[in-house]
Design a protein. Structure first.
Length: 285
């Protein structure tokens, strides 16, 4: 029987998620030739090429698209097994602050698995706008903060992963003379990026609905009230999205920071931070 190396699968997933062999090598501590070799060994084992040339970039072909979700799942199973059998007893309380879209879309399964592995850790999760989560006056309200961050070179709140911003909803609405938007309240990064991009492109818009809760925004999107902007990884499966169209400008990328707010965090905080990074696809060592 042939066995697939989880190292090769992890490298393959990282290349896709960060958008390049060189960048994946930087994160994995490997040279670009070493990354390319791991991917080639995976292709040789499977008997299919996984990437195709698109301009100057390497993008997934049909076989790569087929492999990606299964590769992610295998890497997660590998990491879960190691966490389960190498985890020591951890106790304490962690106050976690996250934006609502992460709370609704990404965090539930991660938090559920963490609690199963560390049942003696008490978690208190609160959702806020990223602007509020990273503000100095609120730092003492949380032990750990996961937040969007537009300052990609920030030293105070370093970025550990980047995501694409996308237009979400019925994009035919963008063909109207005035684009209708549904957004979070003033201060939201998504809202500001959407309005700035439209203004720069000379496209008229109006905000017809505002709600700080992602559930409310999704309901408005499904009712066809307008379109919105989200990080690609947080878009619900049943909603359409695009990076840009002939009627809508590109929005660029956004950074995600994971910040321990205390000068000497408890071990439970370190464990949760490590677990979140691992599950979001970022190497912890």
């Amino acid at each position: 029987m042939k066995n697939i190396s989880t190292d090769s699968l992890r490298t393959f997933v990282m290349v896709v998620e960060v958008g390049g062999f060189a960048k994946a090598g930087d994160l994995l501590g490997l040279s670009q030739p070493a990354v390319s070799l791991q991917v080639k060994r995976l292709e040789d084992l499977l008997g299919y090429k996984l990437f195709k040339k698109q301009g100057q970039r390497q993008v997934l072909n049909q076989y790569g698209e087929l492999l990606l979700p299964m590769a992610k799942q295998m890497v997660q199973h590998n990491d879960a097994i190691l966490q389960l059998f190498t985890s020591e007893s951890v106790t304490g309380k962690v106050r976690l602050g996250i934006p609502s879209e992460f709370a609704a879309r990404i965090l539930p399964s991660i938090i559920g698995d963490f609690v199963a592995l560390y049942p003696d850790v008490s978690l208190e999760v609160k959702s806020r706008l990223s602007k509020h989560l990273l503000s100095d006056e609120r730092q003492d309200q949380f032990d750990l903060v996961l937040a969007l961050n537009e300052q990609l070179d920030s030293e105070k709140f370093p970025i550990f992963i980047q995501d694409q911003l996308v237009w979400v909803g019925d994009l035919s609405l963008a063909q109207n003379e005035t684009v209708t938007l549904v957004t979070a309240p003033e201060g939201c990064i998504y809202r500001r990026r959407a309005t700035q991009a439209l203004e720069k492109a000379g496209i008229k818009y109006r905000i017809v609905y505002s709600n700080a809760d992602l559930t409310g925004l999704i309901a408005a999107l499904k009712e066809g009230l307008g379109i919105t902007v989200l990080a690609k990884s947080t878009v619900p499966n049943d909603l359409a999205y695009h990076l840009h169209t002939k009627h809508l400008p590109a929005l660029g990328s956004i950074g995600i920071s994971l910040v321990k707010t205390a000068s000497e965090p408890e071990n439970a905080v370190f464990k949760l931070a490590e677990f979140i990074k691992l599950r979001l696809g970022y190497p912890t060592s």
